[in-house]
Design a protein around this ligand. Sequence first.
Ligand SMILES: Cc1ncc(COP(=O)(O)O)c(C=O)c1O
Length: 371
Amino acid sequence: MTTAPRFTTLVDSLPSTIPFVGPETLERQRGEAFQVRVGANESAFGVSPKAVEAMWEAVANIAWYNDPEAYDLRNAIAARHGVSLDEVLLGAGIDEMLGNVVRMVIEPGMPVVTSLGAYPTFNYHVAGFGGVLEAVPYRDDRIDLEALLDAVRRTEARLVYLANPDNPMGTWHDAAQVRAFIDELPESTLLVLDEAYIEFAPASAVFPIDADDPRVIRMRTFSKAHGMAGARIGYAIAPSRTIGGLGRIRNHFGVNRIAQAGALASLGDAEFIASVVDEVARGRNEYHTLARRLGLASVPSATNFVAIDAGGDGDHARALLARLQDEGVFVRMPGVAPLDRCIRVTVGTAGERALFARIFEAVVNETGEKP
Ligand SMILES: Cc1ncc(COP(=O)(O)O)c(C=O)c1O
């Protein structure tokens, strides 16, 4: 057996896991495409026509490197949030920026706080840089802010992660609660406030970005409401010192010119985003109604997906998920108990929702007994 190349001790110690197995991988495994793709919280409602046009224009110059400073887009983001240019960072999605934040502040062996069952890509990056995760259980399907704060204080963690609204449950905290949480954070702790789903949240959960607080970095994405998940683009806002730190380690040409052009145009198309948000709200209501009709509970959601309680334990939900996949429906589910009693269904188009409802009803009836 060859031992070359020699890995670092850290890489040697890591398991070969990926946070999410892509639907394409699953399709290759089953030898067939899915009929309904409602598992990855992608948008079913397309991209702004203005963004499509801008992206086609960018294709014409694809031989040129992209602007590594993404000046136009960062300016537009800064103007929108009333912050300065040096307080805005772009990345290849929130996922990439999460990795760089961990890399910036965590040395091997340091504690990092998150919630048990929360967004696994963050955990993957923490492991990849040698951090030690302290994961706090949810309370009533919501992130437990008090327990999160206790864990930060107890471990003296430099880094804590909070998604609001949350994935995988879709629940959220109002702005006042998140602000109170931030107020209580120690000076030495950095909060990653992941707002991937903020466009779908009620106004009560949204609060202006204060780029003066060194304890917070806010992250948003073009992957959800803007419908550009495959373009890989998101942004972060934080004080210039934090953004400058990330600037020392970021991949300078990592956000491609098509994505930059599309994001800039999409940012200017508020009407389109509002229409997506409306459609998503309609779809969520449909899923809640469907669950109720089948005698199942569903979790209130401020995102583009709904967690449906499959009516048993994790094994029951996993069996249901496997049956759905057999029938050509791509859905995912939370990874740990007690959240894993649910399956997580992204809002699809009206046609996808109807097809999902039909297959889901049949599978629920066949997998039988509800408690
Ligand atoms: C909470 C949360 N953060 C981040 C992401 C990924 O965002 P991006 O596509 O910008 O990397 C997701 C995607 O599902 C998510 O659910």
